[in-house]
Write a protein that binds this ligand. Structure first.
Ligand SMILES: Nc1ncnc2c1ncn2[C@@H]1O[C@H](COP(=O)(O)OP(=O)(O)OP(=O)(O)O)[C@@H](O)[C@H]1O
Length: 683
């Protein structure tokens, strides 16, 4: 039986009734299989004993002692039991606040195990935080390393421990190991049942380390099997050869008022090589905010269009779809390219008309959000799917777009650079292109920090920029007032800013504004009619208004590093000097301080991504990608375990080279587990 298949509800374990089960449910534990994979977050080592005498120096002891005396202290109306113990090295008092019931279990003269925190009180060692157990040959909580589980207030460690103990007793003998013995032997890893037993109740530190390594290895192993197989599969899916002319691409390039940067040139060639290859393209284009990815994507689309194919360009927000559609229209329509925006706001009749145009092949380039893969959208001959800010889409959304054609070329773009180790894991089957350099003449955005209360200086600075004809963004963490948080919000600040800057038009944009209204506001902002845009982080991705030179982010401490970097990327998109002002409230957490410091110190998106990972862990980057379903990493950590990942990768490549279909008997269980994840395609 596979661990993942132990579906018996936890209530089948002795001692877990409906009420306790509900507490387990809160932790996401429903089945015995879930329980066994609920790994300890830490351990308490009671495997070695330390004497009471040592507690003078260390403040703690785990010892075997004899009860010498028991008495009560405090008011007679509210007595507190006190137990005196002696372990031959020292005397100590255990003060039993709220635990007078211990008097029923213990009496003077008894031998006991005791573990606790001790301090000197009135010249004696004393503990109020301790555990005590009668001395026996097989103690429950002594002489071993005890697991400490992630839990809620209602579910004490003792209940979790005995549930896991019962589950191990009942199911370990039935458990199959998905990893073949030869692989385990080569890496000196213990079999699964042994590893599971030791991760929960380690007999010693060594066994714990080996168990952890084994379980981490297994999670990374399955991840890599998926990634490596996807890469192998792609190599075998060949497309019919087509000639992809570059005349339009060349004409657009020549019509641009600027030359492409060397990085843009290089990437464009890399993409074209994929385009003409019989193997479907799977390429991730990384480039910092404003480095000119969108332009490259549009250029890359032209050979497809010229060859008579369709291109779909998927973006995460309506706002961005609108903007890209305008850019695409302006750049491409002079060459006869038919572009269309499949907006969420289209009236049913207009939508029907557009859909049938797409189906008849009368549209060359369709831009939209996830609407692009709604059930009613069908393409005539989709050959390239471009997905912008791909990490904002879930795995299944991406997969559905790909279902609209047989093996279309896939170009993913991201302005959130993905650190190397992570890239290897998530996109190990994809080719990478990177735009490192910015277009010439760009001046790095100057970033200033201002504590709340000193923001007037910032407002004055913005005023000077507005006087030069430039535009500004003001960003707030909340749309409207919140009962819980005393924060400035966009709705009330827009009023304030209108009074503060009476000469200029100020508008408000956020996710609750109807889409048509959003479109109108964005258009007026692009045209320079609106000079100040007050917003939430909806403007985070991709908004491109080169004449905007200032961004003021208030309560900057409330935004994550990746978001701050993206927001800052809204300015500095031309050769004008731009400014970002991060206004923060006093009383910053250490983490918030680190974020703001990083923002002040660097504008390099790659550095920021690394820092982000350091400060916060991989969190968001993985959302909807790895954390989904069977791929969930419960114990492995992509950055921490990067060295192991490289080893795993080698093993997986070797194994799949020998047995690509996982058909050998010793690989049957691997195949079973992988076939399940195939139902949630990983891209
Ligand atoms: N080689 C170049 N020289 C000068 N300007 C350029 C060049 N390439 C692109 N630009 C301009 O730079 C601005 C940003 O480009 P683009 O929107 O393509 O960047 P991006 O990488 O997609 O940005 P984001 O990640 O913020 O969406 C645009 O106004 C674009 O016209």
């Amino acid at each position: 039986m596979l661990l993942e298949d132990i579906s018996a509800p936890i209530t089948t374990l002795a001692g877990i009734g409906g009420k306790t089960a509900r507490h387990f449910h809160k932790l996401g534990i429903r089945s015995v299989g879930d329980l066994l994979q609920h790994y300890p977050r830490d351990y308490e080592d009671r495997s070695t004993f330390t004497s009471l005498a040592e507690a003078h120096a260390t403040g703690k002891a785990t010892t075997v002692a004899t009860i010498t005396l028991m008495d009560y202290i405090g008011k007679p109306s509210n007595p507190v039991l006190r137990i005196f113990i002696n372990d031959g090295t020292e005397l100590a008092a255990l003060v039993c606040f709220g635990r007078n019931f211990l008097s029923r279990k213990f009496s003077p003269g008894m031998k006991v195990f005791v573990s606790g925190q001790f301090e000197m009180r009135y010249g004696k060692l004393q503990s109020t935080r301790f555990i005590i157990e009668p001395y026996t040959e097989s103690p429950k909580e002594f002489g071993k390393i005890l697991p400490i589980y992630p839990t809620t207030e209602d579910l004490p460690q003792t209940i979790l421990r005995s549930a896991v103990e019962a589950a191990l007793r009942q199911y370990l003998p039935l458990l199959d190991d998905p990893l073949p013995p030869s692989l385990l032997a080569a890496r000196s890893l213990p079999p699964l049942p042994e590893a599971l037993a030791a991760i929960h109740f380690p007999p010693d530190r060594d066994a714990l380390t080996r168990a952890r390594t084994r379980l981490i290895y297994q999670e990374l192993f399955f991840l890599q099997v998926i990634v490596v197989r996807a890469a192998m599969k792609r190599k075998t899916q060949l497309q019919a050869p087509v000639h992809f002319p570059r005349t339009l691409q060349e004409r657009l390039r020549r019509s641009l008022p600027f030359p492409l940067t060397p990085d843009q040139e290089k990437v464009l060639e890399e993409i074209y090589a994929d385009t003409t290859s019989p193997r479907p393209m799977a390429r991730l284009l990384q480039g910092d905010v404003g480095s000119g990815k969108t332009l490259v994507a549009l250029l890359a689309a032209l050979p497809y269009i010229e060859a008579g194919h369709q291109v779909a360009f998927m973006v995460p927000t309506e706002l961005l779809a609108l903007q890209h559609a305008e850019t695409a229209h302006t750049l491409l329509s002079p060459f006869g390219v038919r572009t269309a925006l499949l907006a969420g706001t289209l009236q049913p009749a207009a939508r029907r008309t557009l859909l049938s145009a797409i189906l008849r092949g009368e549209v060359d380039l369709v831009i939209g959000t996830h609407t692009l893969f709604s059930d009613d959208v069908a393409y005539r001959n989709l050959r390239l799917a471009i997905i912008d800010e791909q990490h904002k889409f879930g795995v299944s959304q991406r997969a559905r777009l790909l279902e609209k054609a047989s093996h279309p070329d896939l170009l993913l773009m991201t302005a959130t650079p993905i650190p190397r180790t992570m890239a290897l894991t998530l996109y190990g089957d994809m080719d990478m292109s990177t735009i490192k350099t910015m277009p010439p003449g760009r001046k790095p955005v100057r970033t200033h920090l201002a504590v709340l209360g000193k923001e007037e200086k910032v407002y004055t600075w913005v005023e000077k920029e507005l006087e030069k004809g430039h535009q500004a963004y003001f960003v707030y963490p909340l749309i409207g007032e919140s009962e819980k948080l005393e924060l400035r919000n966009a709705e009330s600040m827009v009023e304030f800013l209108r009074r503060r800057y009476p000469r200029w038009k100020v508008a408000l944009i956020h996710s609750r504004i109807p889409d048509e209204e959003k479109e109108r506001i964005m258009r007026e902002f692009m045209q320079g009619k609106i000079r100040i845009l007050v917003a939430t982080s909806v403007i985070e991705v991709g908004v491109n208004v080169p004449t905007a030179t200032c961004i003021v982010i208030e309560h900057a401490e409330r935004f994550g590093l990746a978001t701050l970097h993206q927001l800052r990327g809204r300015v500095g998109r031309s050769d004008r000097q731009s400014y970002a002002f991060l206004v923060y409230s006093p009383d910053l957490t250490e983490e918030a301080k680190a974020r703001l410091r990083t923002m002040k110190e660097t504008t390099d998106g790659f550095l920021i991504a690394e820092k982000d990972l350091e400060i916060r862990g991989p969190g968001d980057l993985l959302d909807g990608t790895i954390q989904a379903g069977h791929l969930r990493l419960r114990i492995a950590h992509l950055t921490r375990d990067a060295p192991l990942m490289h080893e795993v990768r080698k093993d997986v490549e070797a194994l799949l080279a020998r047995d690509p279909g996982l058909l050998r008997p010793e690989h049957t269980l691997i195949r079973t587990l992988i076939e399940r994840t195939d139902k949630e395609p990983a891209l």
